[in-house]
Write a protein that binds this ligand. Sequence first.
Ligand SMILES: C[S@@+](CC[C@H](N)C(=O)[O-])C[C@H]1O[C@@H](n2cnc3c(N)ncnc32)[C@H](O)[C@@H]1O
Length: 196
Amino acid sequence: MHKLSFIDRFHHWRRKMRWNKQYKKGKWSYLNDERESSRYHKIVDYIKTYATTNPSILDLGAGEAVLNQRLNKNEYKTFFNVDFSSASIDIAKTKKLENSVNLVADIHTYTPDETFDVIVFNEAFYYVHNDLKQDVLDRFIGKLNSEGILIVSIYKEGTDCWELIDASSKIQQLNFEKVATDRESTYWKVGVYKKV
Ligand SMILES: C[S@@+](CC[C@H](N)C(=O)[O-])C[C@H]1O[C@@H](n2cnc3c(N)ncnc32)[C@H](O)[C@@H]1O
């Protein structure tokens, strides 16, 4: 964060305020819709296929904890929902999901004390400021357990995201798929990586 100029930090703060406003208005409740479900389904599928059993999971930019909801409580040990929007975390808290921690924190600066079996950037990595993407990626790879996996979902092609992830020598791709919907223009790419 210290790498950002005053004006960039100001814009970042304004974006956070915008997210809060939008969550309060219910603008993001559509993420619970059927069309979106294939994306969450793919992430859950990757967790079940590639993660250790009963994993600890960190979801960065977790919003209203929709991914957490898609897992049964016996499918994870702990689930950390982290988002810089307090309004989204307030909604997450109302769900009272078991073994879940809901935390207001900024990906730009958040450094958890714990390490995790699964770390997820579900439609969140492209919001990280370009000057901080490498730092954020490296910081969270460093928070993976030795058998840990990183899962990234990005709407359409994204910009300056996959290039950075693919170039990292600290992770190795296990799978990468395009998740399509009934609408041609709506698709995501979802990758899963292990620590090397
Ligand atoms: C498109 S939403 C996705 C929400 C959730 N991952 C999902 O798919 O259901 C992007 C989320 O990233 C969060 N976000 C954006 N920048 C962030 C940052 N720097 N730190 C923490 N959260 C951030 C927003 O508040 C928002 O909840």
